[in-house]
Design a protein around this ligand. Sequence first.
Ligand code: 23J
Ligand code: MN
Length: 263
Amino acid sequence: MTAANALIQLAGLLASGGVRVVDLTATLGPETPLLKLPPEFAKDTPPVKIHKISEYDENGPFWAWNWLELGEHSGTHFDVPHHWITGRENPEGYTDTIDVQRLIAPVNVLDFSAECAADPDFLLTIDHVKAWEAKHGAIRAGEWVVLRSDWDRFNHDEALFLNANETGPHTPGPTAEVVQYLIDKGIVGWGSQCIGTDAGCAGGMTPPYPAHNLLHANNRFGLASLVNLDKLPAKGAILIAAPLKIKQGTGSPIRALALVAGS
Ligand code: 23J
Ligand code: MN
């Protein structure tokens, strides 16, 4: 099949529902949970604000529009390499310079939701990924990898979502070793259903925040606060994730979408 024919066929399948679009995005608004860094890093991202300009009123009789006040790393969002010091020298590492050809790619959905429910500090290891690959097939270069923790069930409540106590945040994520293992496979990026790409305890890992450190050192991307991964197959879906083209931006909220074969 030629590429032109493939696109025509895809368009037909989208129109008929033979291919379905799954929304992997949480609603972005004042209630959106935001990262709370340890107190030594005093500056956090501020709450999302949606300011009304007009809504068919004296400020605009026929139109409604808002202006937004929000951090780049708010809600369902994209991390580009310049977000981390290890990616700072990468000219393709900003939201306006990344290679968009890489953003639409097959997604491997690693379902460890049962393990995460049993242990909020669950860490994904190389052995977990090898066992997953033995069952579902190899993770290949150019593909996305996302950890299905089903943490989106807490997205409505910041305290539940961050799950922090006096010993810090308790949310699942990857080990440094598994991040490097996936980078070596050539993945385009790594996604999480938690507040960030790293585990809650990742500040104490070596290196600190290994998903951020290693992914962005190697020109790979991060996705955070994804929802609805339980609606995706382990393999076979295509993930579409693209940040706003912010000038020299470090990330942005996204509308993350997946294409899946209809049933
Ligand atoms: C800044 C510092 C630490 C972290 C993060 C941001 C994120 O998770 C993020 O949203 O990129 S862990
Ligand atoms: Mn981020």
